[in-house]
Design a binder for this molecule. Sequence first.
Ligand SMILES: [Zn+2]
Length: 467
Amino acid sequence: MNVVDRLVPGVTTVTLNARYYALHGLIAAEARKRNLGITAAQDLLRRAEVVVGAVSTQHYQRHHAAHEAISRPHAYDVILPKVRKGGVDIGALAAPKVYAQPNWGFWPAYRGSEMLLRIVTRANEIAPGERFDHAAVRAGLDGVLGLVNERTLDTDTLDTNAELCVCGSVDSPDGAWLAELFSSPGADSNATRAGVRRQTLRMIARVVQLTEVRRVTRDISRFVAYDPVAFDDDVLAGIDLTAEWRGLVLRNASTTAWRGLWAWLVNSIEGLTTRADLSDRFAAALPSVTTKNFQDGLPSTLTDTGRPAPAEHDPDLAATATPLWSLSVLLLGARRARELTGHELHGFQGHDPEDILEELAPTWLADRLDDWADRPLRDFARWLTMIMIDRSQRLALAKARPDPKNGTLKIPTRVHTRDELVFRDSTETAGAAALRWDQLAGILAGMGVLARDEDVWTLGPRGDLLV
Ligand SMILES: [Zn+2]
């Protein structure tokens, strides 16, 4: 996740719509201009988000096609009933904890990204940043400032202001400014954040030209990681980050496998369970072979030409279930730690030397597998169970904080241990770590850089910025 953070600067898992970046900059500029205090600025921001949310909800209802690639506005489900009724009371929705829980509405979700992009200032203040283009944003979103003081928005008003919808930035001046800011033409060195972002954006733009992308993360991951075209294409080969992303996609398979294995282990705890029983359950799901024999039976991680082979998607492997599947994928990752080189290895391992040798990291696992080569796989699984339980307790203690209400220490863990016994107080869920490509594609669509046509992603009207 640290590497993802570095490779997609300005986008997180909760930044969903391009237009909010422009809107927040506009409100920061307006609050500064009018010298508003915190409460008045928060009120203005929330009313503005409600206006954009209401216009967008109405437009989304009427013109689904214009929104194929673009996320729904924030608080859509709360705003929709009001829009259906035909009158949106701005003040009622913008009241604290109605359309959004935080005082600052949806700004907290975007603020770090907006600071990084210098749309707003860094300091603890409300002001536009040096990259904010007031004229362009006014030209696109001025209508919001005209509507924030209305009591209610009727259906006609929502329809006549449809250009303020989250899809409007596809061809509006504020969208043009954002597209320029995100794609940073000219910033081609990956020594700067703008250059890193540009390389990631260029890679995604190139991939949607080379292959049919329907589901962004799934299709781009597989193409970048394994497809021969991705290796041979001159444009992709000329982008250093393509190889780094490839490494990261491969590492993501291990991360997903650890999460799946851990969730399986936790959910296998029934009432008070001994550590030995739990580890026996893991062992029982595995074949009776040596660790090395098991490794040797896994699919090949390299093609004949020495490139990464799609071992993680091998059909026989895909037909197996957790925990056997998880352990298999983890062992593939350990093998890759010794096969990958250069930018691919860099993306696979991360940049922090401590992370590379961290417990459970692929390199660590590869070294442990050497130790266990001639011993039974089932014993290795038993040992790994203990490692994971102990690690969960260490991490929980590291995150423990005093509860400010009563001073007792709160230890955030669902697994509790008493000597040999373990029990859990809730269910663990698994899931892939996000590469943030879905959010990124949606944001790029919102500024006209990408588009989606009948479920297939393409370059948008401003796609030239990335060519
Ligand atoms: Zn729209």
